[in-house]
Design a protein around this ligand. Structure first.
Ligand code: C5P
Length: 235
């Protein structure tokens, strides 16, 4: 593997060029942040656990017909991916009420939604990732109406696959966030899917098995992440 020039450094991952113009190298770091970077720490092994979970779930989704940017893992914290032009949107799917939807609307924590709710946020930390609707997405020139439909359908399909998978290993998929990017005429799933970007509750309880453990000091973060990783990889 040739790690080329640094392209971008985010809150938990660093992206490098590779020897091929259409492939990038993503390094998962041990950094963990919450509240728009207001809370920050380093947890040994966190990069490797998120990378492994992400690669596993991307592969699972590929097998279900969802195109992702994953090419292969290069080492435990390094993923080779297709180069995408990212769409600056966070697509969030919610099966149950938790987090911002409970703060912003009169839902009860844990309330089950009969139909999963899809929400789009505009990805911009300086604006605190405001919620964005289809008309604004189109007016900003981020996606066409047809592309919005494609992305929302993909998000719901991802939800069906992941929800069923987690049910099998005793976890309730409460919600998750995904990001997409363009690759030629295609729109692929990019970024990561890990305990940082999903809410997982121990089946039948509301016990957090995800980044809420870090956000709200609910216990040992790495113990939780490792427990989830072990359950996922036993599959
Ligand atoms: O904070 P909120 O309740 O809107 O988050 C919904 C889901 O999206 C959670 O699983 C959260 O971890 C994830 N998320 C994320 N990155 C963000 C915002 C939310 O991964 N910037």
């Amino acid at each position: 593997m040739t790690k080329g020039a640094l392209l971008y450094s985010g809150k938990a991952k660093t992206v490098y060029l590779s020897e091929k113009p259409d492939e990038l190298i993503v390094s998962f770091r041990d950094d963990i942040t919450a509240f728009d970077g207001g809370k920050k720490d380093q947890l040994s092994g966190k990069g490797a656990s998120n990378a492994k979970v992400s690669a596993f779930l991307f592969q699972l989704l590929e097998e279900a017909g969802i195109k992702t940017h994953l090419i292969r893992m290069e080492d435990p914290t390094t993923m080779r991916v297709r180069r995408l032009t990212m769409v600056p949107l966070e697509v969030i799917v919610r099966n149950r009420a938790a987090g911002s939807i409970v703060r912003n609307y009169p839902f009860t924590e844990g309330q089950v939604f009969d139909t999963p709710i899809v929400v789009t946020d505009y990805k911009d930390d300086t604006r605190h990732d405001p919620m964005i609707n289809d008309d604004i997405i189109i007016a900003l020139g981020l996606l066409t109406r047809n592309e919005i439909a494609i992305i929302k359908e993909a998000a719901l399909k991802i939800n069906s696959v992941l929800k069923a998978f987690f049910e099998n290993i005793g976890l309730d998929l409460v919600d998750f966030k995904v990001e997409f990017g363009r690759c030629g005429d295609d729109i692929l799933l990019g970024d990561e899917i890990s305990m940082d970007s999903m809410r997982l509750w121990e089946r039948g309880t509301m016990k957090s098995m995800d980044k809420d453990v870090y956000r709200f000091g609910k216990g040992d973060v790495m113990e939780t992440y490792t427990a989830v990783l072990n359950r996922i990889c036993k599959e």
